[in-house]
Design a protein around this ligand. Structure first.
Ligand SMILES: [Ca+2]
Ligand SMILES: [Ca+2]
Ligand SMILES: [Ca+2]
Length: 333
């Protein structure tokens, strides 16, 4: 029996010298960190070729030139931005790397085909053979490049004094990174010190104590957000919270004095005037008629009637009166 190592001598020449095609795994899983260029492959990229010299015989095999090493890896795929290079022709080790920066926000994974080519048998590389096709699936790891950003620069809410709210309003930030770890908002925080408010991890703002309209009628607080990689929003959001006084039933939206410039035509007296019923038992008593009569160019009198009669509280609206001379104000009675 002839030692297998010596067989090539018995059949010297042509494609006979390259009996075997290279062999690679059927599939590879790769990971690359965005903006980096080396792909970590599992299993590692190695092409085996039975025609390749075994290490202990390498010296005379190379001399004789009838070996087949691995000369190339080729990638087939729709514009896959990767290339495979041979690191060691004899061992068949290869490396997969990005041809251009990989952006996870643009594409999170890639799938393509890879094939190994040996160096052939002839002196000019003729008679080369290629491996079967293997599938490579690459996943792109995220880098925390983006800070959270609030959907609104400013938020507005109103609360009634003396109440504790579970949630006065909810603020929301978003983040453009491609992974949950670096794009989800893990925490919100109130930047403004010493406020009677707290914010939870979902962005709900609540008051931590009862508010008083007389003590402070409006609050302006700054809030910030952190993604789950602890990156903080670059711009804080401004939250306005108005404190409304507890409702007192009666006529609202008027004042005792109205200035009128003679000759300026008609002027609506109290466009915002309304009967505050505080949504209590008086809520069904909406004003039936509130009208301002203009006589001779002057607001003369205000009439109102209520659909429901007999309430002491719902007296005449506090305006009206007799015509005065030009330039005088119309006083309440
Ligand atoms: Ca990116
Ligand atoms: Ca990113
Ligand atoms: Ca982020």
């Amino acid at each position: 029996g002839l030692d297998p190592l010596w067989k090539p001598f018995a059949s010297w020449g042509g494609a006979e010298m390259n009996k075997h095609k290279p062999w690679i795994e059927t599939s590879y899983h790769g990971v690359i960190t965005e903006n980096a260029d080396t792909v970590l492959l599992d299993p590692p990229l190695v092409a085996l070729d039975k025609d390749a010299p075994v290490p202990y015989a390498a010296s005379f095999e190379i001399t004789l030139g009838f070996k087949s090493e691995i000369c190339a890896f080729k990638i087939h795929g729709q514009d896959a931005p990767f290339e495979a290079v041979v690191l060691n022709r004899t061992s068949g080790e290869g490396l997969l790397r990005a041809r251009q920066p990989i952006d996870c926000e643009l594409q999170k994974e890639f799938t393509f085909i890879i094939q190994a080519y040996d160096c052939g048998a002839g002196p000019g590389g003729g008679g080369w053979r290629k491996s079967h096709k293997a599938v490579v699936h690459i996943q792109v790891n995220d880098v925390n490049e983006f800070p959270p950003a609030f959907r609104e620069a400013m938020y507005h809410a109103a609360v009634t004094e003396g109440k504790i709210y579970d949630s006065i309003l909810q603020v929301e930030a978003a983040d453009l990174d491609c992974s949950p770890q670096y794009s989800q908002i893990c925490n919100y925080d109130i930047v403004t010190p010493d406020t009677p408010f707290a914010i939870d991890r979902n962005g709900n703002i609540r008051n931590t104590e009862k508010l008083s309209y007389d003590r402070q009628g409006q609050y302006r607080i700054l809030v910030t957000a952190f993604d789950c990689g602890q990156k903080r929003a670059e711009e804080s959001a401004l939250v306005h919270i108005d404190v409304k006084p507890v409702c007192k039933p009666g006529w609202q939206g008027w004042s005792k004095r109205v200035d009128y410039e003679p000759g300026t035509g008609s002027k609506q007296l109290f466009p915002k005037m309304h009967l505050e019923t505080c949504e209590g038992p008086l809520s069904s008593m909406t004003p039936y008629c509130v009208s301002l009569w203009q006589l001779g160019g002057w607001c003369m009198r205000t009439h109102h009637r209520l659909r429901a009669q007999g309430s002491d509280q719902l007296s005449n609206p506090p305006i009206g009166g007799e015509p005065r001379t030009a330039g005088h104000w119309l006083g309440g009675r």
